[in-house]
Design a protein around this ligand. Structure first.
Ligand code: AMP
Ligand code: AMP
Length: 352
């Protein structure tokens, strides 16, 4: 697959590279970053969201599609290739398209790792090989204490629920089955729930500089955060349930000594990525962690692309400022890497 993409790239006019993405998730971040680095930008968006990209004036060209899946159409791909577009993938590529291997337009980053990311078993293999501590994956019979039930793919926490035992699990699972939401146990992962502080660490691996950069840290803002405003007795009486559908994000600065674990983990993850999907991670990735009472880091997920939490780091986060001494944020960092690669005639090393 990679050779096919590199062949497409060969015909690109390096003086006319445009940066494009789907209009959702972190598109403002990506398109603004591209403009800050002097690129022209292309936003592929649905009519209902067009107002966003017009309002902020970040897209030089807007291509309207009725469904993001149209990116699988040959005619749209041909148009993007003719315009020398490099696509920056984000969460919506996995959530709304799938079949990423059918897109011939060059992507920034490693598309194969994005495919790994949609499979929880593969994620676990990757993270455990890197020596990271993960919450245990449980069979229904093994549930002790609190567990969280999740689905595959980038859904922003939608539909996750908590359980405290096997019977509790089966009651909810059967309900979901009746509703047609899941078919078999394979559609869910039951994970040990780690009580602690959520931290999403967004890194950038730069093949041009051969280094890992911590760009921003965030945590999510979810309806479950509102539960603390309701007294326990009312919660019990009303049987209110926590829900995890992401609504927004907060920036975070980590206690400094905890950066050791964060940076070491990122390094290990990058090393292993080279073994599982050559050339390994290129560009943004995010380790999604919970720090427990003993300040131990448990990583429950990895995203092998830009996450929307990096939107809190525009125009910079404390970390990107310390590193760069200028306004630097994930969208811009991606565009900077592309710019440097073009100058070095090394674009082939960072696209897939
Ligand atoms: P949307 O365009 O808001 O529907 O989001 C596109 C996809 O990205 C969905 O799968 C969302 O769940 C996910 N997503 C959007 N924003 C965030 C966020 N701030 N954190 C995590 N996931 C997100
Ligand atoms: P996700 O969509 O997987 O990033 O997670 C959605 C929400 O569930 C976030 O608030 C996470 O912090 C939380 N979460 C996911 N897995 C765990 C876990 N094993 N222990 C505690 N919280 C978790």
């Amino acid at each position: 697959m990679r050779n096919r993409i590199l062949k497409v790239l060969k015909d690109y006019d390096l003086d006319e590279i445009k940066i494009g993405t789907l209009g959702s998730h972190s598109a403002l971040n990506i398109l603004k970053g591209a403009k800050d680095e002097g690129f022209e930008t292309v936003c592929i968006c649905r009519p209902k969201e067009r107002i966003i990209y017009e309002s902020f004036n970040v897209a030089d060209f807007i291509i309207e599609v009725s469904d993001f899946k149209e990116l699988l159409n040959e005619s749209l791909q041909e148009r993007l290739i003719e315009e020398n577009v490099i696509l920056i993938p984000h969460g919506s590529f996995n959530a709304y398209i799938g079949n990423l291997d059918r897109i011939r337009v060059p992507f920034f980053g490693n598309r194969e790792l994005m495919i790994w990311e949609t499979d929880r078993a593969k994620q676990r293999e990757w993270l455990e090989r890197a020596g990271l501590k993960m919450p245990r994956s449980l069979k229904p019979e093994e549930i002790k204490g609190i567990a969280i039930v999740k689905y595959h793919g980038a859904m922003g926490g939608k539909g996750y629920f908590l359980i405290t035992g096997k019977d509790d699990f089966y009651a909810k699972f059967e309900e979901l089955k009746r509703e047609g939401f899941v078919k078999s146990l394979e559609d869910v992962e039951i994970q040990e729930y780690i009580v602690g502080a959520n931290v999403y660490l967004s890194f950038f691996y730069s093949p041009m500089n051969e280094r890992i950069e911590l760009i921003a840290i965030d945590r999510r803002y979810e309806p479950v955060d509102g539960l603390g405003r309701i007294p326990a007795e009312i919660q019990i009486k009303s049987k209110v349930q926590p829900t995890y559908t992401v609504i927004g994000n907060f920036p975070i600065v980590l206690r400094e000594s905890l950066l050791v674990k964060a940076l070491e983990s990122a390094k290990a993850v990058v090393e292993v990525s080279k073994e599982i999907a050559y050339p390994g991670i290129v560009g943004p990735f995010c380790l999604e962690a919970v720090f427990d009472d003993n300040a131990e880091m448990h990583v429950f997920e990895i995203s092998a692309r830009i996450v929307a939490g990096t939107n809190v780091g525009i125009p910079n986060s404390p970390y990107s400022y310390i590193l760069w001494g200028e306004n630097m944020y994930m969208g811009r960092r991606i565009a900077r890497e592309i710019k440097v690669a073009i100058e070095k005639d090394a674009l082939g090393e960072i696209v897939y």
